[in-house]
Design a protein around this ligand. Structure first.
Ligand SMILES: [Zn+2]
Length: 282
């Protein structure tokens, strides 16, 4: 009786231990090589000044990201682990204080060695569709793949405000709400009206200033890269680049946007600190 009653438990134990062993072997196979991780962490200023705990979380997120996504090299480009780990770490840096499911669902990342040409169709104000070609460094297709040019996506130490990987994955954060429109899924504690006032307000002012400059025959001097005036989705993605690469500049020039980003990304990138929301006005 004892043996009969004990048998299923033994079988369950065996199954559990087999399952745990399989999981451990799978994770070990997927583990990011220490040397490659150190190389990736040293390559970009966005990883500077991160605590060991933060880097540990980033490594966990990156490992899961690599497990979920499929990388394809275009035009014969070879996806070396240093390429996929670098892209994963830069993308996951965005969601360090969130989760991977804050990105819209997508599976494919295509990497070209350099800039690539994409076919474009645009409708003018008369409703006539014009087709043509555009040379791109990155693209985030709605409900589709992220496409990157490695020549631009590989991190550099020199400080700048441009980061094509963060830009394209910012579009995937934005898209999680249903479309790329500059409004991602906000956290429950955030106020959507405040987000709209801050981002749409800054975007509209920048577009108006740009149009005024053109009508007066002068070059528009937008506060941030004028690609941000393309549409609200590009404004959001360009501001994300500044949030991680030039936080002081963004906080000084677009303070309302910066404050909303601190709440959304749950960190103050000026101080590499968690975001503590300000006390509500008395
Ligand atoms: Zn974009």
């Amino acid at each position: 009786m004892t043996r009969i009653a004990g048998a299923p438990l033994a079988v369950l134990d065996q199954i559990r231990s087999w399952h745990e062993g399989r999981q451990a072997r799978r994770l070990a196979r997927l583990a990011i090589d220490d040397g490659i991780w150190r190389q990736v962490m040293a390559a970009s200023p966005v990883f500077d000044n991160m605590s060991d705990a933060a880097k540990g979380r980033l490594r966990d997120l990156s490992t899961r990201f690599l497990l979920e996504k499929r990388f394809f090299g275009a035009q014969g480009f070879l996806i070396h682990p240093s390429v996929s780990v670098s892209i994963a770490a830069q993308a996951c840096r965005l969601v360090l204080h969130m989760e991977l499911d804050h990105f819209a669902p997508f599976r494919t990342i295509i990497v070209y060695p350099g800039s690539f040409v994409a076919e474009r169709e645009e409708e003018d104000e008369l409703g006539i569709v014009h087709s043509g070609y555009e040379e791109l460094d990155g693209e985030s297709m709605e409900q589709g793949a992220v496409v990157l040019a490695w020549s631009e996506a590989q991190p550099r130490q020199e400080l700048g405000t441009s980061n094509v990987v963060m830009h394209e994955f910012a579009h995937k954060l934005d898209e999680a709400s249903g479309s790329q429109n500059g409004v991602p899924i906000l956290h429950p504690e955030m106020n959507p009206t405040h987000w709209q006032l801050a981002l749409r307000g800054a975007y509209t002012r920048m577009v108006e200033e740009s149009q005024r400059a053109v009508s007066e025959g002068r070059v528009a001097a937008t506060v941030i890269d004028d690609y941000a005036t393309t549409n609200p989705a590009e404004f959001f993605a360009v501001c994300v680049e500044y949030f991680f690469h030039a936080p002081e500049f963004l906080a000084e020039n677009l303070p309302a946007v910066f404050e909303q980003f601190c709440a959304f990304f749950r960190e103050d990138t000026r101080h590499f600190a968690d975001w503590i929301p300000p006390e509500p006005d008395q």
